[in-house]
Design a protein around this ligand. Structure first.
Ligand code: HEM
Length: 122
């Protein structure tokens, strides 16, 4: 929970710094790779993907998984488009596509983050 919260905080802070490349890029990369690392860790330690595919969890937990998975899938084009922007190799639509996909990912990541608290155990 703490790592996922920290990753989300990096993404939100990085979004607020979107006009400042020197802060935007490291914050977004930290958030994205923490999220990817977390899924790999949960997969290795708890077979998270199999558990998710059994659909045995509560509805809010399944919504959390669905929204977080959408964000994870979108990280791939975000990274590709972000790298093109960094290298100035993109076309005229690269920036607008980056903005659209990245904002959608952050929206789903935020909803997934909120639904994560339905899985909170004392
Ligand atoms: C979920 C993650 C991300 C979100 C929500 C996001 C969002 C945005 C937004 C909204 C802008 C437009 C700023 C403006 O109004 O001018 C932007 C610009 C930019 N982003 Fe991202 N971004 C994300 C990840 C990344 C990553 C991973 C990279 C690099 C690998 C990156 C590289 C850039 C660059 C270089 C710009 C500046 C483009 C320019 O002004 O020419 N972004 N981002």
């Amino acid at each position: 929970m703490w790592i996922a919260s920290f990753a989300w905080l990096c993404l939100v802070t990085g979004y607020s710094q979107r006009k400042h490349r020197a802060r935007h890029i490291p914050l977004m990369l930290t958030g994205i790779f923490l999220d990817i690392g977390l899924v790999l860790f949960l997969q290795i330690t708890r077979s998270a993907i199999q558990t998710a595919l059994e659909f045995s969890l509560s509805v809010p937990a399944q919504i959390h998984i669905l929204f977080s998975s959408i964000a994870l899938v979108l990280y791939v084009p975000i990274l590709i488009l972000g790298a093109k922007l960094v290298e100035h190799k993109g076309g005229p639509n690269t920036k607008s596509r980056h903005i659209k996909i990245a904002t959608t990912a952050l929206f789903f990541r935020t909803l997934g983050f909120l639904f994560m608290f339905s899985m909170w155990k004392n």
